[in-house]
Design a protein. Structure first.
Length: 500
C-alpha cells in the first residue's frame, strides 16, 4: 500500500516539475518584456523623463501628438513598436499632428502652433465657428463644442491671455448645441447670432446677449428674429443684424437686414433697407470712396433688383455700388479702397473670378488680383489684419505653392506670406471666423479640424522618443503590422503602395 502511495505521488509531481514552468515575469526594465513596450509608450505620452523604468507622475501640460485623418472613422492604429528610442506607428491614417481639437491658437506670423508649455492647447471637442478678441490679450470662442481643455463647456468660452480656460465665465447649456454664426463684444455684453430657440433654458429667437465677465444671460435684451441670423456688425447707436429671417420683432419691413438697440433689442427704425430675397449672409461696416459710412452686404437678396452684393447708407437706402457677381457673396473684407469678396460666384461682372475677387469701393469695378482658384476650390472666410489678408477654404495650393486650407497674402504686393497653418480639414462657408489677440501676435482659428501643423504620414510614421520629433519615414503604407527584433532588422507587413 505504501509503495502504491509513493508511486502515485511521483506520477503527480513528475509533470509539475518537468512540464510546468512559472509565468514569465513582467519587467518594465527588460526590453524583451511586453511591459517594457507599454511603459515606454506611457512615459512618452506623459512626457516623463525620469530615470525610472516605470511611468512617473505626469508633467502638465502634456505635449501629445497623434495620428489623424479628415474623419475619426478613417483613423485606426493597427500596430506599434519601439526600437532604438523611436516609436513606430502603422495603420490607417493620413497625418501626424498636435492634439488641438476644433480650435487652435497660432502665431500670426507663420501659423505655427504656440508651445503648449506657454500656451496650452484648447483641446476643443468637437468644433467651433467663430472667435473674437476680448481686447485684453485673450479671446471668446463660440461653436457646437461640449468640452474645452477637458472641462464641460457649451456654446461660448472665454480664453485668457495665457491660453487657459476662464472657468468663471459660464453660459450654462447656451444654445443647447445649435449653431452660433457670429458674436460681437460691445461694452460689457457679448451679442450672439445663430440658429437657436433657447439659451441656457430661456426662450430666445436666434439672438441673445450675455455678460462678458460671467456669461450670465441678459434678460433685458430680447429681440425676436423669425429665422437664422448669420452676421452682426456693431455701430455707435445699435447693432446691425443680417440673416434669413423674414421678420424682426414681428415686423416684415425689417426682414434679412436691420438694426436694433443695444439695451433692449428694439428696432432702430431710421435704418430701413426693406430687403427681400433669400438671405443676407455677411455685413461689414466701412466707408465708401467719399468717406461716407456705409454697410457692405453680401448674400442672395433683393432691394430694387436681385443682387448678391451691395452697400447701404445709414438710412437704409442702397448706394449705386454694384460689383455684379453671378453668385452669392458669403464673406467681405475691407482694406483701403479695396473690397475683398468671397462666395459661390465664378464671374465678377464680365471677368472670370472663381470664388474670390477684389473690387473698387467706389465703382465696384473688378481689379486684376486673382488667386487662380480651380472649380473644386472654395473660400470660407476672409479676414484683414495688419495690412495682410488671411484666407481659409478648401484649396490645397495658391500660386502653385502648397497651402492646406489656409494662407495669408500681402494684397498690395501680391506676395504670399509665411503663414502656413496646415489643417487636417477644410473650411466651409460661415466657418473659420478668426480673431487676433490685442497685441497682434496670436490668432485663434476656429473650425471643424482635429489638428494643425500636420505632417503627412500616410499609414506609417515614427516619432523620436527623446526629441519628440517626427522621423522621416516611408509613406502610403496601409493595413500595416510591425515587428521588431532588437539589434537586427525592422519588419513591416501589409498592403504597401511603395517598396519597403
Amino acid at each position: 500500500m505504501k509503495r502504491i502511495w509513493q508511486t502515485t505521488v511521483l506520477l503527480v509531481l513528475f509533470p509539475i516539475f518537468f512540464f510546468c514552468k512559472p509565468a514569465e515575469l513582467s519587467n518594465t526594465c527588460d526590453p524583451k518584456s511586453d511591459a517594457y513596450l507599454t511603459a515606454t509608450f506611457l512615459r512618452f505620452l506623459t512626457n516623463d523623463s525620469s530615470p525610472s523604468c516605470l511611468p512617473g507622475f505626469s508633467k502638465l501640460p502634456l505635449q501629445i501628438w497623434g495620428v489623424y485623418s479628415d474623419s475619426p472613422a478613417n483613423v485606426d492604429v493597427k500596430a506599434m513598436a519601439i526600437y532604438d528610442n523611436k516609436l513606430y506607428l502603422g495603420g490607417t491614417f493620413k497625418f501626424f499632428g498636435p492634439n488641438t481639437g476644433g480650435a487652435a491658437i497660432l502665431s500670426s506670423t507663420d501659423g505655427t502652433i504656440l508651445d503648449e508649455t506657454v500656451c496650452p492647447y484648447l483641446e476643443v471637442l468637437t468644433f467651433s465657428n467663430v472667435a473674437i478678441s476680448d481686447e485684453n490679450g485673450g479671446f471668446y470662442l463660440a461653436g457646437s463644442f461640449t468640452h474645452v481643455q477637458g472641462k464641460p463647456k457649451r456654446s461660448i468660452v472665454h480664453i485668457n491671455a495665457n491660453c487657459s480656460l476662464d472657468t468663471k465665465f459660464d453660459v450654462g447649456t447656451g444654445s443647447a448645441g445649435f449653431t452660433i454664426n457670429d458674436i460681437q463684444l460691445v461694452g460689457d455684453k457679448i451679442y450672439i447670432a445663430g440658429s437657436f430657440t433657447i439659451w441656457n433654458g430661456e426662450a430666445r429667437s436666434n439672438l441673445a446677449a450675455v455678460n462678458r465677465y460671467t456669461g450670465a444671460l441678459d434678460n433685458t435684451w430680447v429681440p425676436n428674429a423669425s429665422g437664422s441670423v448669420s452676421a452682426l456688425a456693431p455701430d455707435t447707436d445699435g447693432i446691425f443684424v443680417a440673416g434669413g429671417f423674414t421678420t424682426l420683432n414681428a415686423d416684415p419691413l425689417f426682414g434679412r437686414l436691420a438694426k436694433i438697440s443695444y439695451d433692449t433689442g428694439a428696432l432702430v427704425s431710421s435704418f430701413a433697407p426693406n430687403v427681400t430675397g433669400v438671405s443676407v449672409q455677411r455685413i461689414v461696416l466701412g466707408q465708401d470712396a467719399n468717406d461716407n459710412k456705409v454697410l457692405y452686404a453680401g448674400g442672395d437678396f433683393i432691394t430694387v433688383s436681385p443682387t448678391y452684393a451691395g452697400s447701404f447708407l445709414m438710412d437704409g437706402s442702397q448706394t449705386s455700388w454694384n460689383p455684379a457677381p453671378n453668385g452669392s457673396v458669403t464673406d467681405i473684407a475691407l482694406l483701403g479702397s479695396k473690397v475683398y469678396l468671397s462666395g459661390t460666384f465664378s464671374l465678377m461682372g464680365a471677368s472670370v473670378r472663381n470664388y474670390f475677387a477684389v473690387v473698387d469701393n467706389n465703382t465696384g469695378s473688378v481689379g486684376t488680383e486673382n488667386l487662380g482658384l480651380i472649380a473644386s476650390d472654395s473660400v470660407a472666410s476672409l479676414t484683414e489684419f495688419g495690412g495682410k489678408l488671411y484666407v481659409l477654404g478648401t484649396f490645397t495650393s495658391i500660386f502653385g505653392t502648397p497651402r492646406q486650407f489656409g494662407f495669408s497674402i500681402d494684397p498690395i504686393n501680391a506676395i504670399l506670406t509665411p503663414w502656413n497653418p496646415k489643417f487636417t480639414n477644410s473650411f466651409s462657408s460661415n466657418t473659420g471666423k478668426i480673431a487676433f489677440s490685442s497685441d497682434g501676435s496670436k490668432v485663434l482659428v476656429p473650425g471643424n479640424f482635429y489638428s494643425v501643423n500636420v505632417v503627412e504620414r500616410n499609414g506609417f510614421g515614427s516619432i523620436d522618443l527623446i526629441t519628440e520629433n517626427l522621423r522621416t519615414s516611408i509613406h502610403n503604407l496601409w493595413e500595416t503590422s510591425m515587428h521588431s527584433i532588437p539589434k537586427t532588422k525592422f519588419y513591416m507587413l501589409g498592403a504597401h503602395s511603395v517598396p519597403c
